[in-house]
Structures are given as structure tokens and as C-alpha cells.
Design a protein around this ligand. Structure first.
Ligand SMILES: Cc1ncc(COP(=O)(O)O)c(C=O)c1O
Length: 493
């Protein structure tokens, strides 16, 4: 195992288990090797930039068995045993495959309660991309949200975001504040725009200049915009939001769960960005903000972890108090030292272009195949998932019969695919669309898995067209985040 070269921009006195510079140079060379002298790709196929060393079995079941499993799970896909799922597209959160370098790094994890060198490596890797003054580790993204809104939330306050993710909304609301989504609106889910995750800057201006402006403790931007179809936010939009927030004395906090995917879209879609490195774009994104919440289970390429990073000393002191109360001491924040090391290496790997190219091309390949078969998806295709538009698949099913959930259940019954409804089941009456998210875990499935999933979707779409999918009703639900544990029943056709 070699230590990091002294030419690296990370502090070389701190050992890291991979030669990050060398690995990045090799990745850059592999991209060039696939281009001709005019910079055009020589081959159409983008191969997975990794090979597989450890495998896990996948099981398949009969349709009858899957129907029984679903009934026993109260028709709630979250309650299925993962052993009864063939392709698990429920989430891309914490489900990806770690690299050999990450597993190696875990072995040098230092489990000291305080002052662990694992924390130093973690903090350095975070600050290398996001140079915020204070970095507070947390066990996952929602813990960072809880800590932040214990300080910034409260009754009478209102938090604008392009679109709150469900846990973000829940923490804002649990603090007594109001969570306001100010996303740019489009006529339909199929309307094309390179940055459909953008915040509606005019709506934000009206809020900040209006009577409720004084109640805004911070402005948030979620990149990429998960609940709105994994759509990216442009650097230009981030700059406008940042200027506006700062003109009103409000800190801008980035929910950065999928920062690398967002930066890749900026590089590929935003004018003037094509020749810039992903790392530079990420640092630009960070420089527009005053802090961030992060789930390392996404673009940290780790199975667990997260952090809250902020510049403000007073806010950081208050958040640290809360962190110690709920997560643990400030140098581990609910994580093992080995988790911190896995994240430190994951952050070096996630900004490598061949990885991001493969990642985004996988979604593109999957989505384009569905669109070619007439299956309605949110377009343009986003970063980490395919979002089926269930309202267009089941146009005559009333929203209260949960068309998104109906399609999600059918994907399981017909092909053992577990997906996630993002619609009325998840958000109740506040749902804007009836979507079914098929989130692709990072570095986990191959092209043949995707080809199989395309066939299953085609079958489900055909059943939907024939009117053969039942609606669902909720028969029991908790007061918040009901989709995780509600019990449902199908209406008989
Ligand atoms: C945009 C966004 N924010 C916050 C979170 C919460 O992160 P975690 O699941 O690590 O608590 C998620 C999780 O999916 C997310 O997608």
C-alpha cells in the first residue's frame, strides 16, 4: 500500500491509502485513450471503469412468490426482505460498491474516541473539495439536517429550497419552521431543459423582499435536485441564488448529496465549462455557499456517513453542542474511524471523470431505451435514477389511488425490481407529480442487469396500457414519513 505522493494538493504528511494523484492521472489517460486525434470517441460503448473482484448472489422468484412476499409486506416495498428482491433500485443511498482502495483504507481506520487520524484524513478530503471552516461528521445526511435545523429552524421561520428532500422537509417542519419549495416550473415532466433542478430566482426574490423575508434563516439548494427527478442545478443559477441570499444577509446552504453528478452535468451542459475539471467546478459550487449538508452514502461512495460543514463560528459552536448530544464527539459524529477513511477515499474517486462518465451514461442508456419504447420518463434524464411518470402511464387512475405506487408494485411483481414511489404516497397532497424512481446504486449493476430492467418496464407499461394495474389505498399510517411504514391494500380490479 503506497502513501500519497508529495505532488498531491492534499497535505502529504497525512498518509492516505491510495496514490490519489497517480490514480487520477491514470483515469485522465484512460479517457484520452478512448478518443481519436480529433477528440471524438472511437467506440460507442462506455465500459464500466472497474472490474469485479467480489460477487454477491442475486435470487429470482416466481411471480406467485413475489405476489405473496408483497402481500406479507403490507404492499409496502420498504418492508420487503432485500433477499426477495432481484434488482434493488429503491435507493442509491449507501447501496453502492466500495473500491479495493476504500476497503484497504478501512483497515487503517483509527477507532480512538477523540482526535483520530481518520478524522484528519476525512476532514482534509472534505476541505479539499469544500473549503468550509468547520466540518462536523454525522452518521448520515439527515443527522446533519437535524443538527443544522436545531440551530436555524423554529416556529415562524421559513426555509426556501429548490426542492426539499423528504428528510430535509421533515427536519425543517419538526423544528416548527415551514419548508418552501421554489423550483423553476416546467409545463410537463417531458419538457427539455439542461438544468431543470434550478431554483426559481424570482420567487426567491419575492420571498426575501416580502413580509416573510425576515423569517428566512437560510436559503438551501439541493444538488442534484433529487425529488424533482435528479435534475441538476447550473452554476449560473447557484451564482444568482448566492448573490440574492447574500444581498439579504442570508447564508446559502447546499444539500450536496450528489455534488459530483451535478458538477459533471455543469461540465457537459453549461456553456464555458467543458474544459474545466470536476474538482474545480465542485470548488466553485462550494465557494458560492456558506455551508453544506451531505450524505456520504451518495457521492461520498460510502455505505454510511455524512457531514455538516459551515463557515460561521457561532453557528458551528451551537451545532457542535447538538452534535455531541445526538451524534457523538466532534471527531467521529456517530461514525467509526474506518467509515471516515472510506469516505476520505470515496471523495477522491467520485470526482474522477471516467467514473462519472460511466455513471451518467448508465442512466442515459437505461432512460433512452425506455423512451424509445414509449414509456414516459422525466426528461432530460437525470443523474442517479430513472423517474417513470406514472400519471402518464396510468392517466385515468385518480391520484388518491396512488398511481406511482401501483407502477412500483407492478415492477416488483413482474420482475422483482424494487423502486420507490415519489408522489402522493410520499408527500400526500403536496405531491407535484406521481413519479416512480428507479435509483441505480453506484458501481453495482452491469449492463445486462439494466437490459433486464428495460424488459420488465416494458411489460409493466403494457399492463398499464391494458388497465390491468390496481390502485392502492392506505389502511394504516404513521404521522410523518408515512411511505416508510404505511400499510396498504390494492383495490380489486
Ligand atoms: C437530496 C437528499 N438530501 C438528503 C438526504 C438524506 O440523506 P441520508 O439518507 O443519508 O439521511 C437524501 C437521501 O436520499 C437526499 O437524496
Amino acid at each position: 500500500m503506497c502513501t500519497q505522493s508529495s505532488s498531491s494538493s492534499l497535505d502529504s504528511s497525512v498518509p492516505v491509502p491510495v496514490d490519489a494523484e497517480l490514480q487520477q492521472q491514470r483515469q485522465r489517460d484512460s479517457l484520452l485513450a478512448l478518443e481519436d486525434e480529433n477528440g471524438e470517441p472511437i467506440y460507442a460503448t462506455v465500459i464500466e471503469p472497474f472490474r469485479i473482484k467480489t460477487v454477491e448472489p442475486l435470487y429470482t422468484y416466481t411471480r406467485k412468490q413475489r405476489k405473496d412476499f408483497l402481500r406479507d409486506a403490507d404492499y409496502n416495498l420498504f418492508k420487503l426482505s432485500s433477499e426477495n428482491v432481484t434488482l434493488d433500485f429503491l435507493t442509491d443511498s449507501g447501496t453502492g460498491a466500495m473500491s479495493a482502495n476504500q476497503w484497504g483504507a478501512m483497515m487503517i481506520g483509527d477507532e480512538s474516541y477523540a482526535g483520530s487520524p481518520s478524522f484528519v484524513r476525512f476532514e482534509q478530503a472534505v476541505k479539499h473539495l469544500f473549503p468550509f471552516k468547520h466540518v462536523l461528521p454525522t452518521h448520515q445526511g439527515r443527522a446533519a439536517e437535524k443538527v443544522l435545523f436545531s440551530a436555524l429552524g423554529g416556529k415562524g421561520r421559513v426555509v426556501p429550497n429548490n426542492t426539499h428532500f423528504d428528510t430535509t422537509r421533515a427536519h425543517v417542519e419538526a423544528s416548527g419552521a415551514e419548508a418552501l419549495d421554489l423550483i423553476v416550473t416546467f409545463e410537463s415532466t417531458s419538457q427539455k431543459h439542461p438544468f431543470k433542478g434550478n431554483m426559481d430566482v424570482d420567487a426567491l426574490r419575492s420571498l426575501l423582499e416580502g413580509p416573510r423575508g425576515k423569517d428566512v434563516p437560510c436559503v438551501m439548494l439541493t444538488v442534484t435536485n433529487n425529488s424533482a427527478g435528479g435534475q441538476p442545478v447550473s452554476l449560473e443559477n447557484m451564482k444568482l441564488v448566492s448573490e440574492l441570499a447574500h444581498a439579504h444577509g442570508k447564508p446559502l446552504i447546499m444539500d450536496a448529496c450528489r455534488f459530483a453528478e451535478n458538477a459533471f452535468f455543469i461540465q457537459r451542459r453549461e456553456p464555458g465549462q467543458r474544459d474545466r475539471s470536476i474538482e474545480d467546478i465542485v470548488r466553485d459550487m462550494a465557494s458560492l455557499c456558506d455551508g453544506m449538508t451531505m450524505s456520504a452514502k451518495k457521492d461520498g461512495l460510502a455505505n454510511i456517513g455524512g457531514w455538516l460543514a459551515i463557515n460561521d463560528d457561532k453557528l458551528a459552536a451551537s451545532c457542535r453542542e447538538q452534535l455531541i448530544l445526538t451524534e457523538g464527539y466532534t471527531t467521529y459524529g456517530g461514525l467509526a474511524g474506518r467509515d471516515l477513511d472510506a469516505i476520505a477515499v470515496g471523495l477522491q474517486e467520485v470526482v474522477q471523470e471516467p467514473y462519472l462518465e460511466y455513471r451518467i451514461r448508465t442512466i442515459d442508456y437505461f432512460g433512452k431505451a425506455l423512451i424509445a419504447r414509449g414509456i414516459p420518463c422525466v426528461e432530460p434524464l437525470g443523474g442517479h435514477a430513472i423517474y417513470l411518470d406514472a400519471s402518464r402511464m396510468l392517466p385515468s387512475m385518480p391520484r388518491k389511488q396512488l398511481p406511482g405506487h401501483s407502477v412500483a408494485c407492478a415492477l416488483y411483481v413482474e420482475g422483482g425490481i424494487r423502486a420507490c414511489e415519489i408522489g402522493t404516497l410520499m408527500f400526500g397532497g403536496a405531491a407535484k407529480n406521481e413519479l416512480v424512481r428507479m435509483a441505480i446504486p453506484r458501481r453495482m449493476y452491469t449492463q445486462s442487469h439494466v437490459d433486464y430492467a428495460i424488459e420488465v418496464c416494458e411489460r409493466v407499461a403494457a399492463l398499464a396500457r391494458r388497465g390491468s394495474l390496481p390502485g392502492y389505498k392506505i389502511v394504516e399510517q404513521p404521522p410523518s414519513l408515512r411511505h416508510f411504514s404505511a400499510k396498504l391494500r390494492p383495490f380489486t380490479l
